[in-house]
Design a protein around this ligand. Structure first.
Ligand SMILES: Nc1ncnc2c1ncn2[C@@H]1O[C@H](COP(=O)(O)OP(=O)(O)OP(=O)(O)O)[C@@H](O)[C@H]1O
Length: 692
């Protein structure tokens, strides 16, 4: 508690300066200092901090809050109550910018703003914007530097504005000493905070409000703990090891400086002040924070590098501790894979880096750090002048393979190389860096506020095209993809079809040797779909190959010269659509549509038709019940082909009698071939789990 004589003296001084009126005196933190002017050499300069308490003030919630803050500060900072003598409470802006609130503002500023950036890198990764940028030639380092620079600028703007607001208060206005803490906080504190946020983002890998809120809760708890901890040593240990806490303490110290300065600056006569025992460095933890910040920055940068190269890091850690390597998982011989896939593997492996191929994937394996073996020894090549389709059930490993091809992920084992025009073979990452791979991800990674032409120019810039060439390609690509009339429209205003076109245009920039397209026409209307297919067909030329992954068999049939089917991380079949059909489409489908009747009549007719069809079409079998009501489907084996004309004549002649209003016989669809292959290999994998 304050010594009454000194308090009275200070109060009188403040009243003289119109800094204080008796009504506004409430509990607050108080500061004492030796005279700045009297101790010009600074040898005895020091301050002491304590609490002034005015009982007569009405107890409002805000006062209770201030009293709480004051008590915390008093307990923590004032070791000897007898030293507490001076008063600091100035409230010209109605309580908004006083000391206690200042700390709280600083705290929110320093945590909530950067925590709001938490989802940015995650969004970039999950929406594949980052893969897109990397595939257009941007390096990982540049990506982080750019992201960081943008965030830092935004953050610094808010930060400076908040400081400006704080200094609007008469108490803080003349506090140029604030720079002592403000600059390190601005330069190192923001850096450390942003790096902490990025590290959390890379660890959590979830674009979730929950993670953001939890991070805030952790930060809030930390700052509260920093005030509650009475043990100075414990606090300093926390400052040294916890990155978010250090800049926070620094900010609190800044605010301490401000208030200290506000009090101290106007005092010319120090004789009324008691002996001063602590200096600002000792109290404020500025020294420890300033030492810890650069260390935190270095450690956080290392953490981000390690998280970026998780596979290598985890591999090294495993090797070090348990000698169990991720890469030492053998891939069993593919005795059960289909002939076409074997031949393709032989073709590629017999003459690696073959002149015909633009892309070669050789015995590719990818094991994620969590142990998921996503790709298991896949081998195939995409030849110049062809569109290679990659098919597979969900989780088959298509996206993972594609991520390795475009350089987003690193292969655990095996090679994935692109043949560039000067004859060199480059890894996915190198290929992306020199612009040999054009990538069109499934989700359109566009910036809503940027126009079509600006998008193309922006990516041309990243690709390293000079301004004349960039302009030439922008105009040509907009024309060829039918985007000229939308050139000034923002991407956010484009239809789904035009967004896809824009992504294709960007993938084509710089004339890459390989274009990788993920789900070319998903969510696009039939007219746009056909336009996009036409554009993809026109992309192929004798030195370029296009690779598409899709779930649409219609797209495969319309586009792909060859198809590879993946299942559970393995390439189970490769060939042209016709080859797959004739190899595995070992049956025709006979489809009959019955005339509408009552349910019981239809059931009876179905029995009659079943019997008649199995007599006329040798070996015909009813396909599994598709629940189609009036539709009946039979699978007719290829062996029945000789007697087919007679059977069809019979069907035409008896159609009316059987109550069949329409019938058709067609070759097995690619859909059916796909389902058959996947089912066959899944059964085989269940029988021989060691191969899976
Ligand atoms: N970043 C990751 N970390 C760990 N496991 C992953 C990661 N990405 C994918 N996987 C796992 O790898 C396997 C293959 O996934 P992938 O996304 O490559 O399949 P996909 O064929 O592209 O599937 P979809 O058609 O559903 O996109 C799945 O079991 C998936 O859970």
């Amino acid at each position: 508690m304050a010594q009454s004589s000194t308090t009275e003296a200070l109060r009188a001084g403040m009243k003289r300066n119109n800094w204080l009126d008796s009504k506004s005196m409430i509990p607050c933190v108080i500061y004492y200092a030796s005279s700045w002017l009297l101790n010009a050499t600074g040898s005895n300069r020091s301050i002491s901090i304590g609490v002034y308490y005015e009982e007569s003030v009405r107890v409002l919630p805000v006062h209770i809050f201030r009293r709480g803050i004051a008590k915390l500060f008093g307990q923590f900072l004032s070791t000897e109550p007898g030293e507490s003598t001076a008063l600091s409470y100035l409230n010209p802006l109605g309580g908004f910018f006083d000391f206690g609130m200042g700390v709280v503002y600083m705290f929110f500023l320093f945590n909530l703003i950067p925590a709001s950036y938490l989802t940015d890198p995650i969004e970039d990764i999950s929406s594949r914007v980052r893969a897109y940028l990397l595939s257009t030639g941007m390096g990982r380092f540049s990506y982080w530097i750019n992201t960081f620079a943008l965030h830092w600028l935004q953050y610094a703007t808010f930060f400076s504005a908040a400081f400006g607001l704080l200094m609007l208060s008469a108490a803080h206005r003349s506090a140029y000493l604030i720079l002592g803490g403000f600059l390190p906080a601005l330069i190192f504190g923001i850096t450390s905070n942003l790096l902490t946020i990025y590290t959390i983002a890379l660890i959590s890998k979830r674009k979730s409000m929950v993670v953001t809120v939890c991070c805030n809760a952790v930060f809030i708890s930390l700052v509260m703990v920093s005030y509650a901890v009475r043990n100075v040593t414990a606090l300093r240990v926390m400052i040294s090891i916890l990155p978010p806490l250090t800049p926070l303490r620094l900010m609190c110290c800044c605010v301490e400086y401000v208030v200290y300065k506000a009090q101290y600056y106007k005092k010319k006569d120090a004789s009324a002040l008691p002996g001063l025992v602590r200096n600002i460095w000792k109290y404020s933890d500025v020294f420890y924070s300033t030492l810890a910040l650069p260390l935190h920055i270095i450690l956080l940068c290392c953490a981000i590098c390690m998280l970026e190269n998780q596979t290598v890091t985890i591999e090294n850690i495993r090797n070090f501790f348990c000698k169990k390597s991720l890469t030492k998982r053998p891939v069993k011989a593919d005795s059960d894979i289909e002939e076409g896939a074997k031949k393709e593997a032989e073709r590629v492996l017999a003459a690696p880096r073959g002149s015909k191929n633009v892309l070669e994937v050789r015995q590719l394996q990818k094991i994620y750090p969590n142990g998921v073996h996503a790709v298991r020894g896949v081998t195939f090549g995409a030849m110049a002048g062809e569109i290679f389709g990659l098919l597979g059930a969900n989780g088959a490993g298509k996206s993972t393979s594609m991520s390795v091809i475009v350089g987003e992920e690193v292969a655990t084992e095996g090679a994935c190389e692109v043949h560039v025009q000067d004859g060199a073979w480059l890894s996915g990452r190198e290929g992306a860096t020199v612009g040999a791979i054009g990538y069109c991800p499934q989700h359109n990674p566009l910036f809503n506020c940027i126009t079509v032409a600006e998008h193309i120019r922006f990516y041309a810039d990243i690709r390293g095209l000079d301004s004349i060439e960039a302009e030439r390609q922008t105009i040509r690509l907009m024309q060829s993809l039918g985007l000229s009339q939308h050139s000034d429209k923002q991407a956010g205003q484009l239809s789904g079809g035009n967004k896809r076109r824009l992504c294709l245009a960007i993938a084509l920039l710089g004339d890459p040797a390989l274009i990788v397209i993920d789900e070319a026409s998903t969510g696009v209307d039939p007219e746009n779909k056909r336009f996009i297919w036409g554009a993809i067909r026109r992309m192929v030329h004798k030195q370029r190959s296009v690779m598409v992954t899709t779930h649409s068999m219609e797209e495969v049939e319309a586009l792909c010269s060859r198809v590879g089917i993946m299942n559970k991380g393995r390439m189970i079949s490769v060939g042209t659509v016709q080859q797959l059909r004739s190899r595995h489409g070992d049956a025709y489908t006979l489809e009959l549509l019955l005339a509408p009747e009552t349910e019981s009549v239809v059931r009876q007719k179905k029995l009659v038709i079943k019997k008649a069809v199995s007599e006329q079409f040798k070996g015909a079998q009813t396909q599994e019940d598709l629940g189609l009501g009036l539709v009946m489907q039979f699978s007719v084996p290829k062996s029945a082909v000789r007697s087919l004309s007679g059977a069809l004549k019979w069907l035409a002649a008896n159609q009316g009698r059987l109550g069949v209003s329409y019938w058709a016989l067609y070759q097995m669809s690619l859909d059916q071939v796909f389902v058959k292959l996947v089912t066959m290999f899944s059964r085989s994998a269940r029988k021989h789990p060691e191969k899976a």
